[in-house]
Design a protein around this ligand. Structure first.
Ligand code: NAD
Length: 338
């Protein structure tokens, strides 16, 4: 067993839980998941690793400075992979305060505790922490919206439009400042929309599946023409791990699968798969209903992933059509997650 202790925040959520499983499958490090278990966290997501001797779960809040201080003191974490966040755009419109608190203040608390533990003063990393890394997981929504053409690169100016994306943008800047001001060994990844097993039922793809199989109207915002660049969650986790291990300190890496699809196409594809896997008299497509658009709804997101592809050798392995088939099959086998 290794002596390296790793902190994964938000590991009971969607992406954090898949990353925790991926990481534990590839290392002997001791993994400590810190999660507040909000409505979005679920220990079922971590059942597969719960018996491993090098897996440890701590229920707690990244906004609790005293807890962070005692955890860093006790476990001397060498790596932090930071997923914990309020993550649902619609919730950020009805209740932005929790987004500001967790995404901005919580990220600041973690950064400052890592700095306090790892560094004596500006630009001096303590000897035992020479390999320390802080990986900040962020989103492409910080870049705002695209028109019909163009791609987000690492040079695209930030222009967040929702309280969610604004809070993530703020956290990205605080992370950046800890590198430039203090030399904290940080790397940031900005990823496009994820999908796959363990995603909370509030998100678009689980919602489409749930509404479809329960015979209810399948709600699609506006005219369904909004475009997202979809990435299978395991591909994202491989990119995060690569950025953690080989990314250049202080850099940001965009992660995206080059899988741009309109929301209406997503709904149609899921309905086609359900027609095949769980046939009924009429196609599920008949349940699709257009509803009033989300305020400030960004039209299109699309990632240029050249930097992580060329510099770190990452590439998305799953295309949308193969990944969504696996995802629908998973939800049909795990209907309690809908
Ligand atoms: P999620 O909502 O499924 O999970 C978030 C987890 O964080 C939950 O387990 C929750 O309990 C925990 N959490 C929330 N507040 C906390 C706090 N104050 N202290 C400790 N734990 C807390 O989110 P997700 O979709 O897995 O996203 C994870 C990260 O990836 C987020 O930072 C998000 O911004 C980013 N991201 C998500 C996507 C996506 O498509 N889902 C895309 C790009 C980036």
């Amino acid at each position: 067993m290794s002596n390296t202790n790793v902190l994964i925040t938000g590991g009971a959520g969607f992406i954090g839980s898949i990353f925790t499983q991926y990481y534990l499958a590839h290392t002997n490090d001791h993994v400590f998941v810190l999660d507040k278990l909000t409505y979005a966290g679920n220990l079922k997501n971590l059942e597969a690793v719960s018996q491993l001797p090098n897996y440890h779960f701590i229920e707690g809040d990244i906004c609790d400075k005293h807890l962070l201080e005692s955890l860093f003191e006790k476990h001397q974490f060498q790596k932090v992979i930071h997923f914990a966040a309020e993550s649902h755009v619609d919730n950020s419109i009805t209740g932005p305060a929790a987004f500001i608190e967790t995404n901005i203040n919580g990220t600041f608390n973690l950064l400052h505790q890592a700095y306090t533990t790892w560094m004596e003063g500006p630009n001096k990393l303590k000897e035992s922490f020479k390999r320390a890394r802080f990986l900040h997981v962020s989103t492409d929504e910080v870049y705002g919206t695209l028109g019909k053409t163009g791609l987000f690169t690492e040079q695209t100016p930030y222009a967040p439009n929702s309280p969610y994306s604004a809070s993530k943008a703020s956290s990205d800047f605080i992370v950046r400042s800890y590198f430039h001001t203090y030399g904290l060994p940080v790397v940031t990844t900005n990823c496009s929309n994820n999908y796959g097993p363990n995603q909370h039922k509030e998100k678009l793809i689980p919602t489409i599946i749930r509404k479809a199989i329960s015979g209810e109207p399948i709600p699609i915002y506006g005219d369904g023409k909004n475009v997202r660049d979809w990435l299978y969650v395991e591909d994202h986790c491989k990119g995060i791990n690569l950025a953690l291990e080989t990314g250049k300190l202080g850099e940001t890496y965009n992660i995206g699968g080059r899988n741009e699809r309109e929301n209406l196409y997503i709904a149609h594809t899921i309905c086609d798969i359900l027609d095949e896997l769980k046939p009924k008299k009429s196609s599920y497509k008949k349940q699709i209903t257009f509803v009033t658009d989300r305020p400030g709804h960004d039209f299109r997101y699309a990632i240029d992933a050249s930097k992580i592809e060329n510099e770190l050798g990452w590439k998305a392995e799953e295309n949308f059509e193969s990944g969504i088939r696996k995802t629908v099959a998973w939800y049909l086998e795990n209907k309690d997650r809908l």
